[in-house]
Structure formats: structure tokens, C-alpha cells
Design a protein around this ligand. Sequence first.
Ligand code: GTP
Ligand code: MG
Length: 205
Amino acid sequence: TLVRSVDFVAGAVSMETLPTRMLPEVCFIGRSNVGKSSLLNMVCNRKDLAYVSKRPGKTQQFNYFLVNDKTKSAFYMVDVPGVGYAKVPLAEKSKWASFFESYLAQRSSLKVVFHLIDSRHGPLAQDLMTMEAMRASLRPGVQYVIILTKADKKDGKVSPSLKQQVADALDAHQLKETTPVLVTSAVNRLGRDEVWRYLRLAVIK
Ligand code: GTP
Ligand code: MG
């Protein structure tokens, strides 16, 4: 699929500051350093669209990227920080968590949630909290997709036991056992077509 243009258009910090121009949107959520920005760059064929941060936890806002503006398949990709359950004051964390839950429950243009998990670590405490937010708040009908990132560090192979850990975590949160689990690498572009298969859900009406 061709990405003709992609532009950073907004950094939202609350429901009130989300873009008012409604287009279909997909979001990428995951712990700091899991590879969100790198994956966005990979799927857009860009080098440094989403600034790849060397310092963990830099992105604190929902970063909106508008893809293919002025075409009938325009949509937003949203880079959502898995806010520092570390290094952020408690008040800020709970504000962020309630924004995230409202977003999952109320953003009617949301089509797909991609939840990135590091393939070296499997689901960590913060990932389980994200799954709990999905269970509790995600609007019915929104496609939820797990992405295991940095697979090049595992020679492109993700062990059956890691896949089982993901399946068990999904099961523990009453999330569908049919939730797709994709494997990607931003280094060698593994999994790009599979990600696009779900991105297309946002584009094709
Ligand atoms: P924050 O913006 O801090 O939340 O991080 P992020 O989730 O956007 O991660 P980012 O894309 O900045 O990547 C974090 C680090 O992991 C960088 O040093 C990347 O180069 C590296 N990285 C990301 N994806 C991959 C991958 O697929 N393979 C390898 N080997 N490294 C990766
Ligand atoms: Mg980032």
C-alpha cells in the first residue's frame, strides 16, 4: 500500500484536545522503548517521521500522524505512549490512564488498536495493565491486534512459549483468543504486510 504523504498534525493530552476533524484512526500503544516510533516509520517507509527517541519515556502525548491527506483513504495513525508507569508523578499517571480509557471507550473513529510487546520480554506488568484497559474500556467492534516487536533480536523467531504467554495473558483478561498476534522487526521490515492487512481495515470502508 502506498503512503503518499504523512504529516504530524497534533499532540493530544486529553479528550478535549483530540483532533476535531474526524477520520478513521488506528493507534499504536506500548511501553516506552518497545518500538512504536520505529514501527510507524517502517509501515510508512519513512526514516524519521516519528522521531525515534533514544531517551525512554519522552513521548507523553497522543501523537497524531495524518496519512494520505486529500485522498479518500486518508486516516490517522496515533502513537500512544504507554505512559511511564515509572518516572511520572502519580497524579499524571492517573490522568493519563483515565484519558486512555475514555479514548478507548468514546473515540468513535477508532478502528484498530495495535498493542506492541517486546518479543524479548513477553507481556510485562504494564502490558497486562494495557490488556485490562482493553477488557474494561475498548468499544465493541474495534479490532485489537498484538504485535511482538524486535523479532530480529530473536533471529526472526518467536518461541512457542512466548506465544503461549501472550495467549494466557489474553485469556486472563477475557480478550478474544482469536486476537491476532503479529511478529515484526523494524530492522529487516519483517511483518510489514501483516500490519498493513489490519491498517487497511481503517482505510477501506
Ligand atoms: P518511546 O517513544 O520512548 O515510547 O519508544 P518507542 O516505543 O517509540 O521505541 P522506539 O521506536 O524509539 O525504539 C526504541 C529503541 O529500540 C531504539 O533504539 C530503536 O532503534 C530500537 N528498535 C525499535 N524497533 C526495533 C527492531 O525492530 N529491532 C531492533 N533491533 N531494534 C529496534
Ligand atoms: Mg516513540
